[in-house]
Ligand binder design. Structure first.
Ligand code: AMP
Ligand code: ZN
Length: 115
């Protein structure tokens, strides 16, 4: 999508620190990390938010979760733990309208729900 910052990252028009890539999924470091490990996992398909998932996209969601688990093992955070967050819409504070999963780890993450 034009003017979508994450689509530009996928196309390489904006630099990013990639940590995983395949045909359908990209993972890269968040530019403003909220924890020592803060990775964004995104579908390459431009999907605006969780609510915009189409019937055929649910398989992609499962693949994203698989990538998150693979990364957790690679980064050796599976024992200490990690948090996965998806913000959807205004009240959740979604800023980038391209579906993204935050993977946070590397410190005690405090409250169970970031408020
Ligand atoms: P959200 O508030 O859930 O929409 O999260 C958007 C996230 O994207 C924030 O954590 C930002 O720090 C991150 N972000 C924005 N621009 C970039 C960029 N160019 N590279 C990496 N992360 C970014
Ligand atoms: Zn996009």
């Amino acid at each position: 999508m034009e003017n979508c910052i994450f689509c530009k990252i996928i196309k390489g028009e904006i630099p990013s620190e990639k940590v995983y890539e395949d045909d359908e999924i990209l993972a890269f470091k968040d530019i403003n990390p909220a924890a020592p490990i803060h990775i964004l996992v995104i579908p390459k398909k431009h999907i605006k938010s969780l609510l915009d998932l189409e019937e055929t996209d649910y398989e992609l969601v499962a693949k994203i979760q698989k990538v998150i688990n693979t990364l957790a093992k690679q980064l050796k955070i599976e024992e200490e733990g990690f948090r996965v967050i998806v913000n959807c819409g205004k009240d959740a504070g979604q800023e980038v309208m391209h579906l993204h999963y935050h993977l946070l780890a590397g410190r005690k993450l405090g409250s169970k729900i970031i408020g």
